[in-house]
Design a protein around this ligand. Structure first.
Ligand SMILES: Cc1cc2nc3c(=O)[nH]c(=O)nc-3n(C[C@H](O)[C@H](O)[C@H](O)COP(=O)(O)O)c2cc1C
Length: 192
């Protein structure tokens, strides 16, 4: 069944509404998203949690550790594609646009204040993410160093300029593209 709106403007509004909802609902299928980078010709993709989507600002936000490979890659090439998938609706969304890395600035400090205490340890590993260790427990900060977490905490924020939406549905599959012109979204139907 085709479950998303039939008209392009309503479809775009629904798309952003779904992402905004996913930004604060744990378990929403769009809450986890594949973030794909391309640096020096090397593609790399990984799952991150969507922390916030803002339709008016056209932004998508994720959190990471400043020492992570993806953050280094995004500093070199601040463009990424965000790949969302809702298996029940059979909807795929690809979103892309330039990114800003916020580390040690107001955006990062404000976001850190809202990170739940239990999640703060995610950013406080004593060694950089991806370092080889002898056992998994060696990645845990002991005792938990709150300041280390704050110092590594990084906000990845993209301003979306292109959206590609695809629904595998009945009676037909549908695909739409939305491009930001600088003033408004230009919408089109595409062959799926
Ligand atoms: C369900 C799930 C959620 C994840 N969320 C994040 C996240 O929000 N931020 C993050 O940096 N890594 C997250 N990760 C880990 C990344 O997928 C990745 O393995 C790690 O960050 C190292 O990636 P990198 O070497 O490309 O930096 C998550 C992994 C899973 C499986």
């Amino acid at each position: 069944m085709n479950t998303w709106p039939a008209e392009l403007p309503a479809l775009l509004a629904h798309l952003w509404k779904r992402l905004e909802t996913a930004g604060h609902i744990v378990g929403d299928p769009f809450r986890t998203v594949a973030l794909a980078t391309a640096t020096d010709g090397e593609p790399a993709a990984r799952i991150v949690v969507l922390r916030e989507a803002d339709a008016a600002a056209r932004t998508l936000t994720a959190f990471s550790d400043n020492r992570a490979a993806k953050v280094q890659e995004l500093r070199r090439n601040p463009h990424a594609q965000w790949l969302f998938f809702d298996p029940r609706a059979r909807v795929q969304i690809r979103a892309s646009g330039p990114l800003t890395i916020h580390h040690g600035d107001d955006v990062a400090f404000r976001a850190w204040e809202k990170v739940a205490p239990a999640n703060r340890a995610n950013y406080a590993a004593p060694f950089p993410p991806g370092s080889e260790i002898a056992a998994p427990t060696l990645a845990l900060p002991m005792p938990f160093d709150h300041d280390a977490g704050r110092d590594h905490f990084t906000v990845i924020r993209a301003t979306i300029e292109r959206l590609d939406w695809l629904e595998l549905g009945e009676p037909h599959h549908r695909r739409a593209a939305f491009a930001w012109t600088g003033r408004e979204w230009k919408d089109r139907w595409l062959v799926p």
